[in-house]
Design a binder for this molecule. Structure first.
Ligand code: NDP
Length: 338
């Protein structure tokens, strides 16, 4: 059983040295447990936080401990009445080939997901749920309003754009590079998509939002937020989902303290900014999401893009790339055959 463990804590961007590949015997399931073979491992930006022991909403991975992560697996052996060999399940099983889990800690995939199991890690799973709740519950988008989201071709951003369109909004994406922007327009239905690396990014964003911004779904922070701030309308809503541009930062950004400016803006424009941690805050609403997203998906209303890396041993490099925007779509590692 190959396992990727956290070898050391990164300073700034993670490097390959922060991980170590180990070999262990395949574990055995006890009564009430299932033995799982990992097929698709999800890589997500939050994993950078778990590599660090800075205070956070979740406990860090310990040194020498298997890296945490959600995965879709096949049941190899079951000692739990609800599962049979060959079932597809979703669980937080970590960066390893095999895992043993209590049966009540894993979920069987619904039939429409089992046809494309990796989607349980993307639009039909945690990132899709994050987009859905953050946009609809905190963003509260109304028909005709302008919704802006960065990381627009990732699983969260692409779903924010698609749900915004389903709700009758103008959806403006921000992404890294022309190819991603073209994809956002053609496949995800954004009305506009701006390359945050363009020299005139701010001017282009302004031109793409002629009526200002009513909902800014915050995925990245940094200079994207700076460009968004002057375009926010009165009573704009800002679901703060993530700030991936600063996950590798080792200190505060250069330049003047902008907190007073932001506080003044929040006051004058009566902005509402709210952070959320998806399962902590909305776990009880997962069934609602699963039903609605399942309907949209079966009706052919949802597009998705996956960025699949083969081989557990390549997971560290894929995570490092994700934090730099090298991914193009939901990052999934194919650990074994399906
Ligand atoms: P993505 O697959 O979209 O990957 C992250 C993307 O962020 C990169 O591809 C890149 O896209 C963009 N990015 C990286 N660095 C920068 C930068 N310096 N400036 C601007 N953009 C950058 O990730 P997800 O869809 O999985 O996650 C999106 C966000 O949602 C993250 O912030 C994540 O932490 C957050 N999240 C929060 C949850 C919660 O419970 N609050 C749950 C799940 C996700 P590009 O090249 O297009 O710029």
């Amino acid at each position: 059983n190959r396992q990727l463990v956290l070898a050391s804590r990164p300073q700034g961007a993670p490097t390959a040295d922060n991980f170590r590949l180990e070999q262990h015997p395949i574990p055995e399931a006890a009564e009430g447990e299932v033995l799982l073979r990992t097929v698709y491992l999800s890589l997500d930006p939050y994993m950078r936080g778990r590599m660090s022991d800075a205070p956070s909403y979740a406990a860090p991975v310990q040194i020498n401990e298997v890296m945490t992560g959600g995965a879709v697996s096949k049941v190899v052996a079951s000692r739990h009445p609800n599962f049979q060999e060959g079932d597809w399940v979703l669980g937080t099983t970590g960066w390893q080939d095999y895992s043993v889990m209590p049966g009540d800690k894993v979920q069987k995939l619904a039939d429409h997901i089992a046809n494309h199991p990796s989607l349980a890690l993307g639009v039909l799973g945690m990132p899709g749920f994050t987009a859905y709740m953050g946009l609809l519950d905190i963003g509260n988008p109304q028909p005709g309003e302008t919704v802006v989201v960065a990381a627009a071709t990732g699983p969260v951003g692409s779903m924010v754009g698609q749900i915004a369109k389903l709700k009758g909004c103008r959806a403006v994406g921000i992404a890294g590079g022309e190819e991603k922007c073209r994809y956002a327009l053609e496949q995800f239905g954004f009305d506009a998509c701006i390359d945050h690396r363009a020299d005139d990014f701010e001017a282009q964003l302004k031109a793409a939002c002629p009526d200002g911004i009513d909902v800014y779904y915050e995925n990245v922070g940094g200079k994207v937020f700076d460009a968004v701030m002057p375009l926010l309308n009165s009573k704009a809503r800002i679901p703060v989902c993530g700030v991936v541009a600063q996950y590798n930062a080792t200190g505060l950004p250069d330049g003047p303290d902008r907190l007073p400016q932001l506080a003044g803006l929040i006051l004058r424009k009566r902005l509402r900014m709210q952070g959320f941690i998806i399962f902590d805050d909305y776990g009880h609403r997962y069934p609602e999401f699963a039903t609605q997203m399942g309907e949209w998906f079966k009706a052919g209303k949802i597009n998705f893009r996956e960025d699949i890396t083969d081989g557990l041993e390549n997971a560290p490099q894929a995570l490092i790339g994700l934090l730099e925007g090298k991914n193009f779509g939901k990052v999934v590692v194919r650990v074994g055959d399906d």
